[in-house]
Design a protein around this ligand. Structure first.
Ligand SMILES: CC(C)(COP(=O)(O)OP(=O)(O)OC[C@H]1O[C@@H](n2cnc3c(N)ncnc32)[C@H](O)[C@@H]1OP(=O)(O)O)[C@@H](O)C(=O)NCCC(=O)NCCS
Length: 165
């Protein structure tokens, strides 16, 4: 059901190549905000290098079927994005399919927050996954995003461990 606070003319659609630089900036801004809000340890040097690394990634991925990139527009202005990368992944008892999806780069420009845009984007991603029977989905949740993800049934996975070599 639509909530009253939704902007009337937000459109959600697949991103175009011309949108990638802005989405790469959103990707950087997402990590900057997480660093500010949650005290994460990334250096400014690393964060500065992120947009160009992410732009390269988007350009490469756009020639495959593995990554979907959605954006939200207010008029012509790109105000938010969400990405999904589906990869080969071992079957597990909970899901015998040999693939899983990583949802990433969910970002809403600060002036457009709390109007249901992230919720609409996530609904779009999940509809896409359901239609293609990609059942196993994971994401890294920021504090700001946690409530949203919980509403869609995401829960922390207690035994997961992680390292960067
Ligand atoms: C997190 C973020 C994507 C939410 O976008 P948004 O468009 O404002 O979210 P929505 O308006 O769709 O809100 C969805 C739900 O989350 C809640 N919510 C939104 N921002 C929140 C916040 N900062 N803290 C707690 N709850 C929040 C809303 O109240 C809403 O709940 P409701 O449906 O019960 O009313 C946005 O704040 C953002 O881009 N933050 C910086 C980047 C980031 O952290 N991205 C997520 C990475 S995992």
């Amino acid at each position: 059901m639509q909530k009253e606070y939704r902007l009337p003319d937000i459109t959600i659609e697949s991103a175009q190549t011309a949108d990638f630089p802005t989405i790469a900036q959103f990707h950087q801004e997402m990590f900057r905000e997480i660093a500010r809000e949650e005290g994460s340890p990334w250096s400014e040097e690393t964060l500065s290098a992120l947009p160009s690394a992410f732009l390269d990634y988007l350009v490469k991925q756009s020639s495959t079927q593995d990554t979907m990139i959605w954006c939200a527009r207010h008029g012509q202005t790109l105000v938010a994005c969400a990405c999904l990368t589906v990869a080969s992944w071992p079957p597990v008892p909970a899901d015998l399919a040999a693939r899983a999806g990583l949802i990433h780069t969910i970002y809403v420009h600060p002036e457009y927050r709390r109007r249901g845009i992230a919720r609409q984007l996530l609904e779009t991603v999940l509809e896409y996954c359901r239609a293609r029977k990609v059942r196993r989905l994971q994401l890294g949740a920021s504090k700001a995003g946690r409530h949203l993800y919980e509403k869609f049934g995401f829960a922390p996975s207690g035994s997961r461990m992680f390292v960067i070599l």
